[in-house]
Ligand binder design. Structure first.
Ligand code: 13P
Length: 261
């Protein structure tokens, strides 16, 4: 049985004291769940102090980014080698990085390889723009993003990674346009199909695929019920401890309603 993964992407929010306060409140509110994995991705500045404060039975840390070279004259960058003792996961290829920082398919591939080389599990983000969806290009976009990103990995390495399907047009729209369950199910199935074609069905079944895009405590149950969806990547709602702990509660209740331990 795969553990449901609930990941908080704090993006460029919360300085060290704000992050420490939110973590403190989450510690009080969230219980230890064997079948739910809760991952927090604060800014890289805050990873070091959070790693000292965190209860590792409750939470794991993720980086939001990293540089694909291990060390060298790359002013301003933080390598996965530097992150390896601090984090378990790294978000790679988020649409905001692809859009605002021009991360190409190849850069994302190199970052995925660098994370794996440094024993950090990638949470690879993929997803189409609104225009790509309306032009019927969603499957092609997902194909290109998945196949390029994984191209330097062995099947042994791929089976442990996480892929987050985040349709760009559904990110932070709360109350606006949201992705329909059928569309998400199809996209997740398509992502797994790409992995199965590159490696095997067995590997594709092991990979955890998440959904991300305007998830909150009211909508998370619907997303987690989608066939093939192993968790969620939460942006805005993860900054609010009521909402985020509510999301973890829903995930827990769903697991236990299924009869899982
Ligand atoms: P929102 O939950 O704010 O839509 O953000 C989703 C996201 O980008 C998570 O990585």
């Amino acid at each position: 049985m795969k553990r449901t993964l609930i990941a908080a992407n704090w993006k460029m929010h919360l300085n060290a004291s704000q992050a420490s306060l939110l973590l403190h409140r989450l510690h009080e509110r969230i219980k230890i769940h064997r079948d739910i994995e809760v991952v927090l991705a604060p800014s890289s500045l805050v990873l070091q102090p959070m790693s000292m404060q965190i209860d590792r039975r409750k939470f794991r840390l993720a980086a939001q980014n990293g540089y694909h070279k291990d060390e060298g004259a790359f002013t301003g960058e933080v390598s996965f080698t530097m992150l390896k003792d601090l984090v378990h996961y790294a978000i790679i290829g988020h649409s905001e990085r692809r859009m605002y920082f021009d991360e190409s398919l190849e850069v994302v591939r190199d970052k995925v390889a660098a994370a794996v080389r440094n024993e950090i599990t990638p949470i690879l983000c993929v997803g189409e723009t609104h225009q790509e969806r309306t032009e019927g290009e969603t499957k092609q976009v997902l194909h290109d993003q998945v196949t390029t990103a994984l191209s330097d990995l062995t099947s042994e390495e791929v089976k442990d990674i996480v892929i987050a399907y985040e349709p760009i047009w559904a990110i932070s729209t709360f109350g606006g346009e949201i992705a329909k369950p059928d569309d998400i199910r199809d996209a997740i199935a398509h992502i797994r199909k790409q992995v199965a074609e590159l490696y095997s069905k067995k590997v594709a079944d092991k990979v955890r695929v998440l959904y991300g895009g305007s998830v909150d405590d009211h909508t998370v149950g619907g997303y987690l019920a989608i066939d093939g969806c192993d968790g969620v990547l939460v942006g805005g709602a993860s900054l609010n401890y009521h909402k985020f702990s509510g999301i973890v509660d829903v995930a827990y209740n769903l697991k236990h309603a299924d009869g899982a331990s």
